[in-house]
Write a protein that binds this ligand. Structure first.
Ligand code: PRX
Length: 654
């Protein structure tokens, strides 16, 4: 960790404009008093924030950490989260306000009001109940970005079934593993989805997966593309057939605040994906709180988040957070360059979007495509921009500010994780003076520190481990089916004041003004185009190919994607190191995990650099992947000649 240096050096500061500050929920004074309130009485602060939800039994307790690292929040409270997202709005002026403004990739559109959304969710929920799905069951959702995806998520929540959304880009093998790990009994899917004009065969992938999922009793299929699919009698049902029989009334299942709302699988340092479990009341409190203050959300806003509901950003900031506040949410099905590279800007102008939330990797792609695309649009309704998923380089921040925000809109660079449920570190747009590249300061009520391995605090500008020292409401509660993995992964490494604290896996530094700069992961998890990919997952996909003897996967910095995936592979004897084999192996990874994990380079080698105890020296591989040679300490290397051969060998770059 000693070698961590600051790599970002943009010095310009950006205060919010006077006009933004005037209308903001929080100005500097407001933020200061909220921080004081939160630090003086964190439990009281969060109990107050919890009042943003509709409770059937309001909680009287906030944090219970008697079983630390297993925590509970608002444990004596009872609710159904869909009452906060839907029912409460029906008696207000929002009843016929647009809840979802949906754009299909081919150009079709649907506008669904709160009244309609409530009805659709209730019909779907009643249909699930009729199938025999009940509170506590797990339901997999594998859908394109269509309104039924949101109906499905909320229908599960309505009946207290724990949903697990799988991103539509994952393969049949990935679906199979997640279904079996979750012990799910139903899958909600679609015939297919559109992506850059092509049709993704979602139902076909589900059929493949289900050959090895004995627990699945029902598959419900939304018709999106109309392509030919096989329906298995007794098991498979069309969504429309099921819901048309339902009236639109479905009593919500009232659950404890600690009831598991969803499981979301994410990558870790082993080959097995982790089922991150989120609660209901604590999670909803954190997303309600952060949506309101970080997006400075108001009733007049039209909010567009470009994430997929298959990722946590979509759960928290397309579905739950904005709907709790009765916002109008723009949801877009397709790719940003389909059918043209101005699609997002067209959508913003078409619907008068005021708040836009995207990822740095997308911003870098927009920069590369050229300023002419955003310039062709007015973008005059925008008032706030956000980013999430990876550090944003200052050049991309400035471009975003100038070309999209037209110098007028504050940018909220929000740091958080699948495990945190909601935002943790971010500017408050009416109060924080932004520094491009820094996610600035922890939100009120959130205790984040940068420490050495021994738990002592790092000084200003000293890089170290990013930890969260006090439990927060949106904290993951466990890893599904594996509480040990939860304790070991997140609380096994670092103690502060003798007590295990949550380790984020990120390295970071606070600067002299107390601004946080996140510098990437310390573990073997890559961040490729804003998506987390475990090197071990890619390695196990590679070694499952019969030609492969051994594989080691590392990241290489990539201008567009943040990190690119480089795989060092040794083949079994008799197989040749050809571009064809490399292509085969890339396909193997796509088949096992999905296209998001396709290696950028495959480099063949006769042997991997290892320590005498047999551990692969990834640091050396990272150096070779990045600079072409290894310059660091190689004294523990078992066979020095391996390195020379690796440095000399060319990649298969296609
Ligand atoms: O490394 C951090 C990076 O993304 C990781 C979390 O990834 P995931 O669970 O997939 O969630 C992404 C969406 C919340 C973090 O550990 N990360 C996320 N946001 C930022 C970031 N790094 C720097 N700045 C951010 N704003």
């Amino acid at each position: 960790m000693k070698t961590i240096d600051s790599v970002l050096s943009e010095k310009t500061m950006f205060p919010p404009s006077g006009t933004f500050v005037e209308q903001a929920h929080l100005d500097q004074e407001g933020l200061r008093s909220l921080r004081e309130e939160a630090s003086a009485d964190p439990d009281g602060f969060w109990l107050k924030q919890a009042q943003q939800l509709v409770w059937r039994t309001p909680p009287t307790q906030a944090l219970d950490q008697s079983q630390h690292p297993f925590v509970r929040w608002f444990a004596d409270g009872q609710l159904n989260i869909t009452e906060s997202c839907l029912d409460r709005h029906l008696t207000t002026h929002r009843r016929n306000k647009a809840a979802l403004i949906w754009e299909g990739e081919p150009g079709d559109q649907r506008v669904i009001t709160y009244f309609e959304l409530h009805r659709e969710v209730c019909r779907a929920a009643a249909a699930l109940l009729r199938l025999g799905i009940k509170t506590g069951d797990r339901v997999i959702i594998y859908m394109p970005m269509v309104p039924e995806l949101v109906f499905a998520v909320l229908a599960c929540a309505r009946i207290g079934a724990t949903h697990s959304v799988i991103f539509g880009g994952f393969s049949a093998e990935a679906i199979r593993d997640r279904i079996n790990d979750a012990g799910a009994i139903a899958v909600l899917t679609a015939d297919g989805g559109y992506r850059r004009g092509k049709v993704v065969p979602l139902k076909h992938n589900v059929d493949e997966a289900l050959k090895h999922c004995p627990g699945i009793r029902h598959v419900v299929v939304v018709s999106r593309t109309g392509q030919d699919i096989t329906m298995h009698p007794g098991r498979d049902h069309f969504w429309n057939d099921l819901v048309k029989a339902e009236s639109g009334h479905c009593e919500p299942a009232i659950v404890s605040a600690e009831h598991p709302l969803f499981i979301l699988y994410t990558s870790g340092t082993t080959g097995k994906p982790k089922g991150v479990v989120h609660s209901t009341g604590g999670y909803a409190t954190q997303v309600a709180f952060s949506t309101k203050y970080v997006f400075d959300l108001r009733d007049e806003d039209t909010y567009f988040c470009t994430a997929d509901v298959g990722w946590v950003t979509g759960h928290s900031y397309i579905v739950y957070g904005p709907l709790i506040h009765g916002a109008s949410v723009v949801m877009y099905e397709g790719a940003p360059d389909a059918p043209h590279k101005g699609r997002f800007w067209e959508i913003i102008d078409k619907w008068g979007v005021t708040i836009f939330y995207t990822a740095p990797t997308a911003i870098r792609a927009f920069m590369r495509w050229g300023d002419q695309f955003p310039r062709a649009y007015r973008l005059n309704t925008l008032r706030l921009l956000g980013t999430v998923g990876e550090p944003i380089n200052p050049a991309a921040w400035i471009w975003y500010h100038e070309q999209i925000g037209r110098g007028r809109c504050p940018i909220v660079d929000t740091w958080w994780q699948t495990e945190t449920g909601g935002m943790m570190v971010s500017p408050l747009p009416g109060a924080t003076v932004a520094k491009p590249g820094s996610c600035t300061q922890p939100l009120p009520g959130i205790a984040v520190e940068v420490v050495h391995k021994d738990g002592t605090r790092c000084g200003p500008n000293e890089g170290g481990y990013l930890v969260v020292t006090r439990p927060w409401p949106g904290q993951l509660r466990t890893v599904w089916g594996d509480p040990d993995r939860y304790s070991k992964t997140y609380f096994g490494d670092i103690k502060v004041g003798g007590r295990p604290v949550y380790f984020t896996g990120d390295r970071a530094r606070f600067d002299e003004d107390g601004y946080l700069w996140v510098m990437g992961r310390v573990d073997d998890v890559l961040n490729v185009a804003g998506h987390r990919i475990g090197t071990a997952e890619v390695e196990s996909a590679l070694v499952s190919h019969p030609h492969v003897a051994e594989a080691a996967v590392v990241g290489r910095p990539d201008e567009l994607k943040g990190q690119a995936i480089v795989a060092f592979v040794t083949l079994r004897s008799g197989h040749s190191q050809t571009p064809e084999t490399a292509a085969l192996l890339k396909d193997q990874v796509v088949r096992e995990i999905g296209a998001i994990a396709r290696p950028d380079d495959i480099r063949f080698t006769d042997a991997l650099p290892k320590t005498r105890s047999g551990k692969i020296m990834r640091r050396l591989l990272r150096e070779i992947a990045t600079t072409g040679k290894a310059v660091g300490d190689v004294t523990t290397l078992e066979d020095i000649a391996v390195l020379q051969r690796l440095s000399a060998s060319d990649s298969d770059e296609e």
